[in-house]
Design a protein around this ligand. Structure first.
Ligand code: UD1
Ligand code: MG
Length: 467
């Protein structure tokens, strides 16, 4: 590996007008990660030991996320959005520290592989002052065109400034750029704004470097690597590309998917061997599923750990803080949040388990709700190993159900239940013999009712003939 030092400058100050969104472009996400996070990860992996992030003046949220994801990063504010070259110069102080390689990466180009950035750096090592990525997109609309002369890169022409002849060029600019550290500032400071948009274009670095007698090169890469995101449609296309590669990697690792194209994974989803995922399952960020678990259709998981051999769904929702032990069953219409459910425990139908622990082998009956919120604060429910919670019980937290205890169906449990005890917290049943019949007689309904019963019996005996 090269000993050259590297500064990666991430440009994230653009307005992202074309997204038609109140969220800054860099904070839109694919595969459960923001565009900024994707790019920062690639920059770090490409050897960008030093990182600078350029944000807009009103982009505190972008700066905060950059600080969180890359605490080593230096944040610069581009006070006015005057173009990509102007944005790079916002980080002039970092460039002046004299790294050998300067990598300029765009926060709107999230699928960029670290290897591709390494290829750009290798071009600098071979003597280029400017290296750009070229690609041949299916639709070149909006991209800068690479003007070549023989094998040499002469200039980059932005869409708005291109002649018809230049617009016909299929070889486009991937956007990001590598600059030789000792040439970067003189090149960048010579860039003007005499163009259709009146912006300082980073792309002009190519023609300027050549003017200065320096070498500029284009390295070809695939479209997916440099897919730029300027619109919601491009965001969706990038998501599709990412999903295809995440699904392929999961299948390769031994995951069984019946209809992989209907399963949505996050970039950090971890799936063990022989995990089976039925159609239409969505993984948000932070999910790990251990070997042999089954995730049935229409389940949604985020921030959850699923133990070996567990069975989830169909129609289950696992929210952040869910910890499921081995062979746990979480069935249809069960929601789990911030809860540890220990080995072999079951909640098979229609339940909410939040801020809770469910001990080993416990059985949570249909319709059980942990009432964790009193309108002000959240409270915990603790259910012991082997406990049995009867259907339709409300466990009003904070509350503790001891090991092996029983809770009678329909109970509203407000007090702790000792181990091995039975708690029944519902009103006693009363039975009034003949009450219904007397009511019907009183209302004169008994005749009509017997008529209905008779006609039903008859129609069962003689089914209507069809057609
Ligand atoms: C840019 C390139 C174009 C290339 C395309 C590839 C320029 C002038 N054009 O066009 O040749 O084909 O990317 O995707 O470089 N930004 C700032 N401050 C600014 C302007 C932009 O930080 O003042 C940031 C944006 O947040 C974004 C990146 O720079 O991350 C690129 O800006 P964008 O407006 O998306 O450029 P494109 O029109 O896509
Ligand atoms: Mg762009």
């Amino acid at each position: 590996m090269s000993q050259r030092t590297c500064l990666a400058i991430v440009l994230a100050a653009g307005e992202g007008f074309r997204m038609r969104s109140s969220l800054p472009k860099a904070l839109h996400a694919i595969g459960g990660r923001t565009l900024l996070e994707h790019v920062l990860r690639s920059a770090v992996l490409a050897g960008g030991a030093e990182i600078a992030v350029v944000v807009g003046p009103d982009h505190d949220a972008v700066a905060a996320q950059a600080r969180k994801l890359a605490p080593q990063a230096q944040i610069f504010v581009q006070s006015e959005r005057l173009g990509t070259a102007h944005a790079v110069l916002a980080a002039k102080q970092a460039i002046a520290r004299g790294a050998d390689d300067i990598l300029v990466v765009f926060a709107d180009t999230p699928l960029l592989r670290p290897e591709t950035l390494a290829n750009l750096r290798a071009a600098l090592e071979r003597g280029a002052a400017v290296a750009v990525l070229g690609f041949k997109p299916a639709d070149p609309q909006g991209y800068g065109r690479l003007v070549m002369n023989g094998g040499e890169l002469v200039a980059i022409r932005e869409q708005n400034d291109a002649t018809l002849e230049e617009l016909a060029i299929a070889f486009c600019n991937g956007g990001l750029m590598a600059l030789a550290g000792d040439k970067a500032i003189p090149i960048l400071e010579r860039i003007g704004n005499a163009n259709a948009k009146g912006e300082y274009y980073l792309t002009d670095a190519v023609a300027i470097a050549r003017d200065m007698g320096l070498k500029a090169v284009a390295i070809e890469t695939g479209e997916d690597d440099v897919r730029g995101i300027n619109t919601k449609a491009q965001l969706a296309q990038a998501e599709a590309v990412l999903q295809t590669s995440l699904r392929a990697a999961a299948l390769e690792a031994g995951v069984t998917m019946i209809a992989p194209q209907t399963v949505y994974l996050a970039a950090d989803t971890k799936l063990g061997r022989d995990v089976t995922i039925e159609p239409n399952v969505v993984f948000g960020p932070g999910v790990t599923v251990e070997d042999g678990a089954l995730i049935r259709s229409f389940s949604h998981l985020e921030g959850a750990h699923v133990g070996k051999g567990a069975r989830i769904g169909p129609f289950a929702r696992l929210r952040p803080g869910t910890e499921l032990g081995q062979d746990v069953h979480i069935g249809n219409f069960v929601e789990v949040k911030a809860a540890q459910i220990e080995a072999g425990a079951k909640a098979n139908h229609l339940s909410y388990i939040g801020d809770a622990r469910v001990g080993e082998g416990a059985n949570i009956g249909a319709g059980t709700i942990t009432c964790n919120y009193d309108g002000i604060a959240k409270h915990r429910t603790d259910i012991g190993a082997g406990a049995f919670i009867g259907s339709n019980s409300s466990l009003v937290a904070p509350v503790k159900i001891g090991d092996g205890a029983y809770v009678g169906s329909g109970s509203v449990v407000t007090k702790d239940v000792p181990a091995n005890a039975l708690a029944v917290a519902r009103s006693k049943q009363t039975v009034k013999e003949g009450w219904a019949k007397r009511l019907r007689q009183l209302k004169g309904l008994s005749k009509n009712l017997s008529k209905t019963l008779t006609s039903k019996t008859l129609s069962k005996k003689k089914p209507k003939k069809r057609g």
